[in-house]
Write a protein that binds this ligand. Structure first.
Ligand SMILES: [Zn+2]
Length: 444
């Protein structure tokens, strides 16, 4: 691929919408037939719903089919065969399985055939190229390799021709040594780790802007990469461009990624059909409206995902991006599981992060505790005073944070606890900032 080419696959990435949707329809019909004919689960669930792949004449006909979710995966895993009832190929055709982190329950397994895996890596190359990576770049892959679907994404960078350093989750001192000794130009980590690593570098006398060569940072796994204030904090430390990537262990390491306009994340629509549904009714709502994102794989053979409810809340837009790509963009606001309701207002932890990261009076570290008091949901926020911590100053900071949270989310926290700088444990990799102590279940 010539280095000056703007697109990894120009024909596919800039396909006129009409042709893209025709391609999706052809692939959707094949995917539904494959699922129906080879997966015991889909055979049963389509029959029960009274739908057949042959009923699909337009893309919107997909809405007649039943949805699946994480629970479907857990319930069918290991049933009938090692790969479970959702799988649509025999085990001999599978070359790779990843498992989810299990952060919201039993880990789920995601199988790939050789073709699934190669296509997965081609999509990863597309995202890296879109973010400006070229064969003359040196790239450190700083994601966990152990079982995690983000691990193999490094192969996408290698197939693109970049020099790849399989860093994994190295201790920060070793990683900083590599950044200094090898002077790589790109790195992929979580947003909280990108920030932490930058701060650690500064503390050990390395100025990322002057002493290192990182000019592109890819982040995924947490909301921060698309939250303006968090983005800015990372960019300020590194002086690098920041690209938010979005992955699902159930589909690909990264299913969607930002282009140079950083306005939403392009999703690989040749592989994934996006629907948005109303949280309460489950009905499909128009593109551009906020709801739960539902994905259908269009080419995956090992385990087709038909109408998978991701639990991610956001919107999907199909207006053409100034970058020339015609594939739609997703904007993810948070996870359904993370959302909580205070005084009938939906509060997302991403909104709290937006507020904290935008205030000069506090550091970037914080935690949120959600709990019940008198059968009412409340939340406390703990922050660090960025200045000298004393009684008067802490009180002032607490007021500023309370008012800013009220302005953004619509509801005040029950308490804002202000601690001196350095009191909150710095996280490496995926930060666990929300402690949910609720025992009641809240319907949304
Ligand atoms: Zn774009």
């Amino acid at each position: 691929m010539p280095i000056y080419n703007k697109y990894w696959n120009e024909q596919l990435e800039t396909l006129p919408r009409e042709e893209l949707e025709e391609l999706q329809l052809r692939n959707l019909k094949d995917e539904l037939s494959h699922a129906y004919n080879h997966s015991p689960y889909y055979k049963r669930s389509f029959d029960e719903a009274g739908v057949k792949p042959a009923d699909v004449k337009t893309l919107s006909d997909l809405s007649k089919f039943p949805t699946i979710d994480k629970k479907t995966q857990r319930d069918t895993q290991g049933v009938g065969s090692f790969l479970g009832e959702l799988a649509a190929v025999p085990e001999k055709d599978v070359i790779f399985v990843s498992t989810s982190s299990g952060s919201t329950g039993v880990p789920t397994m995601s199988p790939f055939t050789k073709q699934d895996f190669d296509e997965f890596q081609d999509v990863e190359s597309r995202w890296f190229w879109q973010a400006g990576m070229r064969p003359n770049d040196r790239y450190v892959h700083g994601l966990n390799f152990s079982l995690y679907v983000g691990g193999p994404d490094v192969i996408g960078a290698q197939n693109l021709g970049a020099l790849c350093i399989w860093g994994g989750t190295l201790p920060s001192e070793r990683l900083l040594f590599i950044l200094k000794a090898y002077q790589p130009t790109c790195i992929w980590t979580s947003p909280s780790y990108a920030f932490y690593l930058g701060e650690t570098a500064l503390k050990s006398g390395i100025d990322p802007k002057k002493d290192l060569s990182i000019n592109k940072i890819f982040v995924a796994g947490e909301m921060g990469g698309s939250i303006g204030a968090t983005r800015q904090a990372i960019i300020n430390i590194w002086g690098a461009e920041l690209y938010d990537f979005y992955g699902l262990s159930d589909i690909f390491g990264a299913c969607a990624a930002q282009c140079e306009y950083h306005d939403g994340l392009h999703i690989a629509e040749d592989h994934i059909l996006v629907e948005t549904i109303d949280l309460k009714t489950g009905e499909v709502i128009p593109n551009g409206e906020r709801g739960e994102l539902v994905y259908t794989t269009l080419r995956k053979k090992a385990r087709p995902m038909i109408r998978f409810r991701t639990g991610d809340i956001g919107k999907f837009v199909t207006e053409k991006c100034p970058c020339g790509r015609t594939h739609g963009r997703i904007y993810v606001d948070g996870r359904k599981d993370d959302m909580f309701i205070v005084s009938a207002v939906n509060v997302y932890p991403s909104d709290i992060e937006f507020v904290i990261r935008g205030l000069e009076e506090v550091t970037n570290e914080y935690s949120v505790r959600i709990y019940e008091e008198n059968f009412t949901c409340r939340y406390d926020v703990t922050v660090e005073n960025a200045g000298a911590s004393d009684c008067e100053s802490d009180k002032k900071v607490s007021e500023i944070v309370t008012n800013a949270l009220k302005a953004r989310t619509g509801v005040k926290p029950a308490r804002v606890i202000v601690l001196p700088d350095g009191s909150i444990e710095r996280s490496t990799h995926k930060a666990k900032r929300v402690i949910d102590e609720r025992k009641l279940s809240f319907d949304i």
